[in-house]
Write a protein that binds this ligand. Structure first.
Ligand code: HEC
Ligand code: HEC
Length: 346
């Protein structure tokens, strides 16, 4: 018994060595430059950033082969020029099927505590199985997605370089996670103002004071470097909700109709707004908060009639526009040109 076990262990060791000899994981150091005022990112074990992982993930993110009829990529609903959000209230999946929620911006998604507007996915790696398999989105079995990767020599080569294995769900979901953790924005006009590099207009300053002051309480929820406290809150958007939000996950009454507080970075370019994309303009969002929303058991008391003047509403809007990071929106390393598809990897 003991002998056969030890034979088995030797066999296992030999197989591991054989397997390892075949492959070369490229642990090319990749130093991610984060804004100085951002905390470091917690990478899941085995998915620290390397250039190979990011390149693989980027190609997958822009690859329409990840949808059943090869019509949609992740970027079809998360458009880089709109801070990786969509321009419509509800995105169209394959065959024009409509989902239930608005596609959020992926700005700084590396810092999320959970994923989806109800926090339904605990990790970014798991998250990507959602849209690929969702019949209203890409509608492709994850194993079929892997098969399509296996049809492409570049993907096979890159999977080996990035993770030391041929394409599988591990590689597919990890690589997408790696790329998305490079979608970082922290150099908006607001950040430049804080660093003393640029001046604010009188109106922007007034808006900033309002945003961070007790008169509006905006920053009680939209706080910190990413303008969110990552909590789930009800803001009284409706009298009767059709989407129970966080409660879908926790099944707790106290979480009914609560949604995650979204980051406000690049907010001026991510319209339409709210979990269902029901508010079309930034000004209308401010007017909503000014109204105080519908009364609701679970509603957070900070959302209440604010009685803002026309001038104050304009000032808040001007301030929110300072959260746009033009360098990020134009960052070519986050996009993929047709001609650069599947480059030769040495
Ligand atoms: C058909 C449109 C569509 C496609 C295609 C799509 N998404 Fe999304 N994405 C959405 C919607 C809608 C949500 C919000 C869903 C929810 O909250 O329940 C979302 C949410 C997300 C989130 C969560 C963000 C957060 O802040 O919680 C991530 C990450 C994400 N998508 C990444 C991807 C990746 C990676 C792909 C490709 C594999 C992809 N998406 C494809 C529409 C899409
Ligand atoms: C009680 C916490 C809370 C307070 C206070 C609050 N918000 Fe929000 N905010 C949220 C939540 C939660 C959402 C998302 C609601 C949804 O998805 O239906 C949201 C959504 C938004 C959106 C739309 C974001 C998007 O991507 O769709 C903007 C803009 C916004 N808030 C700005 C403000 C401003 C300006 C103030 C102050 C006048 C404010 N918020 C006060 C919690 C809060």
């Amino acid at each position: 018994m003991v002998k056969s076990l030890s034979y088995f262990l030797i066999f296992l060791l030999a197989m591991t060595l054989l397997y390892c000899n075949d492959i070369e994981v490229v642990n090319d150091e990749y130093s991610q430059e984060l804004p100085a005022h951002f905390p470091s990112i917690n990478f899941p074990e085995g998915n620290e950033l390397t250039a190979a992982r990011i390149a693989l993930g980027k190609h997958l993110f822009y690859d329409k082969n990840l949808s059943s009829d090869r019509s949609l990529s992740c970027a079809s609903c998360h458009l880089p020029e709109y801070a990786f959000s969509d321009t419509v209230s509800l995105s169209k999946g394959v065959h024009g099927r409509i989902g239930e929620r608005n596609a959020p911006s992926l700005t700084n998604v590396a810092y999320n505590k959970a994923f989806f507007r109800d926090g339904g996915s605990p990790t970014l790696e798991l998250q990507s199985m959602g849209p690929i398999e969702d019949s209203n989105e890409m509608n492709l079995n994850i194993l079929d997605a892997v098969k399509r990767m296996e049809e492409n020599d570049w993907y096979i080569q890159m999977s080996n370089k990035a993770y030391g294995r041929t394409p599988d769900t591990y590689v597919l979901t990890r690589a997408l996670g790696a790329f998305q953790r490079t979608i970082i924005s922290g150099n908006a006009k607001y950040d430049q103002y804080k660093k003393g590099e640029i001046a604010f207009t009188k109106e922007e300053k007034e808006g900033m004071k309002l945003f961070f002051g007790d008169k509006t309480s905006c920053s009680s929820c939209h706080s910190g470097y990413n303008f969110t406290n990552y909590q789930y809150e009800n803001i009284g958007l409706y009298e009767h909700y059709t989407d129970s939000g966080r409660m879908r996950i926790t099944l707790k009454e106290e979480d009914r109709n609560k949604f995650v507080v979204p980051s406000l970075r690049n907010i001026a370019v991510t319209a339409p707004y709210m979990h269902d994309g029901s508010i079309q303009t930034l000004r209308d969002v401010i007017l909503f908060f000014n109204s105080g929303g519908y009364d609701y058991d679970n509603k957070n008391n900070s959302v209440r009639p604010l009685n803002l003047t026309e001038q104050e509403i304009n000032a808040l809007e001007a301030f929110l526009k300072t959260l746009t990071d033009d360098g990020f929106l134009e960052n070519k390393t986050l996009t993929l040109k047709e001609e650069s598809k599947f480059p030769i990897i040495k």
